[in-house]
Design a protein. Structure first.
Length: 505
């Protein structure tokens, strides 16, 4: 390397990150440009990757290395979050970026990739370690794994790992079939099913908050917690992804994976050690404890919704059925709300209300834990005091709020709600890494703590599948909520039956 190379100083890098190459299939897609390459650049910028690191993009588009580097530079400049772009560092980083045009269904492509990896391994000294990232359509996951295995790329002297984006199957049977196909060539411990929600700082901080502090865990059970609400609201529609969404829907797209994993993190038992398998064992046990509804119970505990047209801020917003690539009589859910129950000693009888939707009033993801009322009104306060709430904010601002009642200044014992807030940005004075930065670095280091295991995927599908099957046999009177509102009235009634209401945001 040149003497003025900013990567030349070995003291710049953290120890423990191995030399390796990352091969991204589907490298011309949006995910690579918006998320993956900015995350990898940022990791290199902070000295968290080896200077021998390399990236190989694979896609069908005919591009030279330089043309691919130029596209990736544009993506990094545009999508780098809260971080500077350094020309010198990008130039050195780009020296390790390569491209190969190839068809995932062509055996010759994998042989050419094998030769390219061998050449780059020699020049970049990547020690034979390769992380294969499947940023492709879900139907291509298994063919890529087969191609890698048949070309001898899944087994070498170095380690080989496979990162798979969601969805992990379309139902329980297809999830099992996909896992079996992947495991023909990659053992389960080398398959990394990525869920970017688990990489978010607040989701990770749930573990620290619960198990690193002595004052919260004793309250974390049915004796003190009345109910829990988990919300993932989006203020946009399907944004040109109508074709994908028609096959997915809100329940499959968000609840089956992201939100059930968040719920499992909130409710799991403490692991004996903070080791990947120990933590994932506890999440898996929790997912297996979630009650699976009988067909006759679904209508009481699950609500489907679909947004209709509305006028918001002086502009006409189309309904879901008016979106491109959406059937005019579509029965796809753009909103889903479910009351889950965890049938174990800690959580018996505590309802977990989980909701997600498109075209809601604002973008927000949070966990709201409502504690039980004080058993006796000592102060004779007129009316109902607001409940004590612990709110874990995942986005847009990551942080934690504790809401409780306090005495107002002045004479008499007048109570009012107050809030204690913790914000990541102001508390630590440094940027939080993006979810993809965290998860990519973990995969390179072989830490699967925040990744989803096969038994966890299957447990999630077992919970969701009765709802999916019940809704498939229903004809809904869609649309049942207007764009810009908080969803169908049936979701409010679902909570009201237990004396609860959705938290106002």
């Amino acid at each position: 390397m040149a003497a003025n190379n900013p990567f030349a100083d070995p003291a710049r890098y953290e120890s423990g990150t191995p030399d390796c190459a990352v091969v991204i299939f589907g490298a011309s897609g949006d995910l690579t440009r918006r998320k993956l390459m900015p995350a990898l650049y940022r990791l290199m910028y902070e000295g968290r990757l080896s200077p021998n690191f390399a990236v190989i993009g694979v896609s069908r588009s005919p591009l030279s290395d330089d043309a691919f580097r130029s596209r990736m530079e544009e993506g990094v400049r545009r999508h780098l979050e809260d971080a500077p772009f350094d020309e010198d560092i990008w130039r050195s980083f780009a020296e390790g970026v390569f491209y190969m045009a190839g068809d995932i269904h062509d055996r010759d492509s994998y042989q050419r990739l094998r030769s390219l990896l061998a050449r780059i391994g020699d020049t970049r000294q990547t020690a034979g370690n390769v992380l294969f990232y499947l940023s492709t359509q879900p139907g291509q996951y298994a063919p890529v794994a087969d191609g890698l295995g048949e070309a001898g790329l899944a087994r070498t002297n170095g380690w080989r790992r496979l990162v798979v984006e969601k969805p992990f199957g379309h139902d329980l049977a297809s999830a099992r079939e996909l896992s079996a196909r992947l495991q023909r060539h990659f053992p389960e411990q080398e398959v990394y099913r990525i869920d970017h929600y688990l990489g978010k700082e607040t989701v990770q901080n749930i573990l620290a908050f619960r198990f690193g502090n002595g004052i919260f865990e004793p309250l974390w059970n049915r004796r003190y917690i009345d109910h829990v609400q988990i919300t993932a609201a989006e203020s946009i529609g399907v944004e040109g992804r109508g074709g994908y969404y028609e096959d997915a829907g809100a329940l499959r797209d968000m609840i089956q994976n992201h939100l059930l994993q968040v719920m499992a993190t909130v409710t799991m038992e403490p692991s004996a050690t903070f080791e990947p398998d120990a933590v994932r064992d506890e999440r898996a046990k929790l997912l297996r404890s979630i009650r699976v509804f009988e067909p006759g119970e679904v209508a009481e505990h699950a609500v489907a919704g679909q947004y209709g047209p509305a006028r918001i801020g002086g502009a006409d917003v189309p309904g879901y059925r008016e979106e491109p690539d959406v059937r005019p009589d579509s029965q796809t859910d753009t909103y889903a709300a479910v009351t889950f129950f965890v049938d174990n000693w800690r959580w018996a009888g505590v309802p977990f209300y989980v909701r997600t939707g498109k075209q809601l009033p604002r973008r927000v993801t949070e966990i709201a834990i409502q504690f039980r009322d004080a058993p006796h009104r000592v102060f004779g306060q007129a009316g109902h005091l607001p409940p004590d709430l612990l709110i874990l904010r995942i986005q847009p601002e990551e942080g934690i709020s504790l809401k409780f009642v306090s005495k107002k200044p002045g004479t008499g014992m007048q109570l009012r709600p107050v809030s204690m807030d913790f914000n990541y940005g102001s508390s630590f004075g440094e940027r939080s890494p993006s979810a993809y930065e965290t998860l990519l670095l973990d995969a390179i280091r072989g830490d699967a703590t925040l990744y989803t295991r096969q038994d966890m995927v299957e447990a999630s599908w077992r919970v969701v599948e009765p709802i999916v099957k019940h809704w498939a046999g229903e004809t809904f009177d869609f649309p049942n909520y207007a764009a810009g509102t908080w969803g169908p009235a049936a979701a409010d009634r679902m909570l009201a039956r237990r004396g609860h209401a959705w938290r106002r945001m």
